[in-house]
Write a protein that binds this ligand. Structure first.
Ligand code: PGA
Length: 247
C-alpha cells in the first residue's frame, strides 16, 4: 500500500525567527503511514536542519535549485550546495516558477536529473492554467509536462509528482475531488505506459491547490491521490498539525 505524503510549501514566507517559532509549536505525527515534509526558503534551510534533530521523521526540502554543480550563475544555488543541509527533497517546476521565472520543461528536466544524482527526491509539479482547463487541454498539457520533465529518467522510484491546477493555487478555488482523482489517475496511467506498471503503482502523487483542513480528507480518500502539497494552510503550525492529525 502506498503511504500518504503531505508537504508544506512555505513559498516566500517566514524569516529565521518565524521558522524557529513554527517548530516550537509543531508536533510530529507518529503515524507510520504518513510522510510529512516542509519546503522552505533557502535562508531557512539551516533552521530546518536543526529542527530535524527534534523531528527526525520529517522530510526537509528546498523549493528550487540550479541544475549546474557550480558556475557563474549569480543568485543561484546548486544541488551540491543544498546537500550541505542534508535535505531530503526539492520542489521542481512549481507553477509560480514556471510563470514568474520562465522555468521550462527542459530546465525542469535538468533540475530533476541534478537532484536525483545527489539522492534528493524531486517533487515534480505539473498542472494546467485556467485557460487550458476551460479549453479541455488539461491532459495534453500534463502529459507533455511529464514526458519532457522525465526525458532520460528511467527510474521514478525516487520521484513524487504533484498535480496542481494553476487556477486552484492560492485562489481559494480548489478542484473537486473528482477532478483531482481523474487527473492523478491519468498521470499514473500515463507513467505506467512510459515507465512500467510497477513504478506507476508505487509512485506517490499529490494534489495541490487550496488544500485545507476542511477538504483534505476528501482528497486523500481518492484512490489515486496519495497526498497533498499545501501552501497557505501549512504556515501556521497548529493548523498544519490539525491537517496532519487526520491521517
Ligand atoms: P495553496 O498553494 O495551498 O496556498 O493553494 C499550494 C501550492 O502552491 O503548492
Amino acid at each position: 500500500m502506498r503511504k500518504k505524503i503531505i508537504i508544506g510549501n512555505w513559498k516566500m514566507f517566514k524569516n529565521g525567527e518565524q521558522t524557529n517559532a513554527f517548530f516550537e509549536n509543531f508536533q510530529e505525527q507518529t503515524s507510520t503511514n504518513l510522510v510529512v515534509g516542509i519546503a522552505a526558503p533557502y535562508t531557512n534551510l539551516h533552521h530546518l536542519q536543526s529542527a530535524k534533530a527534534k523531528f527526525s521523521t520529517m522530510m526537509m526540502g528546498a523549493q528550487n535549485c540550479h541544475f549546474e554543480a557550480q558556475g557563474a550563475f549569480t543568485g543561484e544555488i546548486s544541488t551540491e550546495m543544498l546537500q550541505d543541509f542534508n535535505l531530503d527533497f526539492c520542489l521542481v517546476g512549481h507553477s509560480e516558477r514556471r510563470t514568474y521565472f520562465n522555468e521550462t520543461n527542459e530546465t525542469i528536466n535538468l533540475k530533476m536529473k541534478a537532484l536525483l544524482a545527489k539522492n534528493m527526491m524531486p517533487v515534480l509539479c505539473v498542472g494546467e492554467t485556467l485557460e487550458e482547463f476551460e479549453s479541455g487541454q488539461t491532459l495534453a498539457v500534463i502529459k507533455t509536462q511529464l514526458d519532457e520533465a522525465l526525458v532520460g529518467i528511467e527510474s521514478i522510484s525516487q520521484v513524487v509528482v504533484a498535480y496542481e491546477p494553476v487556477w486552484a493555487i492560492g485562489t481559494g478555488k480548489s478542484a473537486s475531488e473528482a477532478i483531482a482523482q481523474d487527473i492523478c489517475k491519468a498521470i499514473r496511467e500515463h507513467l505506467a505506459a512510459s515507465h512500467g506498471q510497477q513504478q506507476a503503482d508505487e509512485l506517490l502523487i499529490q494534489y495541490g491547490g487550496s488544500v485545507n483542513n476542511d477538504n483534505i480528507v476528501s482528497y486523500l480518500s481518492q484512490p489515486d491521490v496519495d497526498g497533498a502539497l499545501i501552501g497557505s494552510a501549512s504556515l501556521d503550525p497548529l493548523k498544519f498539525v490539525e491537517i496532519l492529525a487526520h491521517f
